[in-house]
Ligand binder design. Sequence first.
Ligand code: ISL
Ligand code: CA
Length: 549
Amino acid sequence: MTRTWWKEAVIYQIYPRSFMDSNGDGIGDLPGIISRLDYLAHLGVDVLWLSPIFQSPNDDNGYDISDYEAIMAEFGTMADFERLLAEAHKRGLKVLLDIVVNHSSDEHPWFRQSRSSKDNPLRDFYFWQPAPPNNWKSFFGGSAWQHDPATGAYYLHLFSRKQPDLNWENPRLRREIYRMMRFWLDKGVDGFRLDVIPLISKRTDWPDAYEDDFLRTVYEIYANGPRVHEYLQEMHREVFARYDMMALGEGIGVTPANCLDYVGEDRRELHVLYHFDHMFLNFGAGGRFDPVPWKLTDFKAVFRRWDEAIGEEGWINIVLDNHDFPRMVSRFGNDGPWREASAKLLATLLLTMRGTPCIYQGSELGMTNARWHRLDELRDIEARNAWAEWQANGRNDVQAFLEAASVNGRDNARTPMQWTDAPHAGFTTGMPWIKVNENYPEVNARKAMADADSVFHYYRHLMALRKAHPTLIYGSYRPLREDDEQLFAYERRDADGRYLVLLNFGEAEYPVEGLVPAEHRWLIGNYAMPTTADEPLRPWEARVLELDA
Ligand code: ISL
Ligand code: CA
């Protein structure tokens, strides 16, 4: 297997709107990020992934781009971006931009022209139909086809009405996109995170979707379209192959069966992608606002299946949360009495699995889901639309909806970064665009940095350990006790070393007899070093041991 920087790196995802506000307007911005680069360098991450920073009317917080080559005015200027890039590079941090090319904003000049008349030269930069050709639904609720009065036709939008899907069948559109990508790479950015990239090729025979199974529709109808690999190979040739860069795909709809088609080293498509199988585990039939319990055995099986599928031939990301999902400690850990222990346990998983880890901002502090008490606290278009849909279906129980949003809503991960115990967690001197999590006096960066036992310092130690023991990066993955509902255990191994990771997903002690060989060295853990090899795992204990080869 080839060794590359993007396999060894740890990525840190910044959601710029909620990271740091420099001018008191309540919205995070690029100068705010610059002011925190020393913090990020101290944490010890290698690559920053910035959620979209391009000009946008913010129907979906920047995932609706109206100019791919301009900076969102609220975030700053191109000069600010160039300074951010230079200052990041000075500290050895690389920068990935989040490029959204499955769709644009309806305010993009391309769409303005496209919608203006049927014979406009840009008409088929988007998908127009005289009437909806199928029953497709949008990710954000309602039909995926929107009537447009200017020409009396319908356009496709898999996300919001303000996010019309781009028509990749059009070679001129593809050329424009590759040119735009080179524009950023020529400026010195180190790669891209490619939003919903498996969706760019559409089934233009327009088959019907499964009425009652949206996720199945995503996997089988929206994603992995007939020309997706042709487009990605072209993109690789026209863009990726010309730079030393990282192309990270958001792998929505990709499965273990087809993942190597995207990231197999011989394919010359993407370098790496992240998948969703464990992220959808607690989605019920009604999606994220219909949460259901998840089981550790199912969670572990996802990691095993993906590792087996990727093998030595490709590479994936390891992701436990991001701006689209609840906070990992609230979801997979325990955000009550065991918040710090379980946040560290999840950090251990994230940083000792095979794959390039993505840390989402604030997880290094053990930030938790917010509680949503009122509808008007919610900001996410997905949540607002979902509530409208509940009502349209005669469900008017506000409390039940807020309960579901508190478990699974995307706003949970979008509350401002908690820097200090000052008002608004030190994120802004003004009024934050979304409420701050109430626990900021307890959970904040200043406090964590001053406490040698904090989640923050545990992340630092783990990242240093990962660099010092490359087996934790490249070594094979062998799961143990796969049927156990409390223990997540595995070995990482190659010619250079052998490691055992033990993770107790629960409050009860877990006996380790039969798991730990007598000869071993304790490397790191979220409790004091055990005094005997057989000491049971304590509540939410994580232990990483080095074994004899
Ligand atoms: O959050 C989801 C819907 O329930 C996810 O399925 C999400 O829509 C999917 O992962 C795609 O996400 C990406 O594209 C969206 C944007 O809203 C998300 O923030 C982005 O990560 C549209 O651009
Ligand atoms: Ca600001």
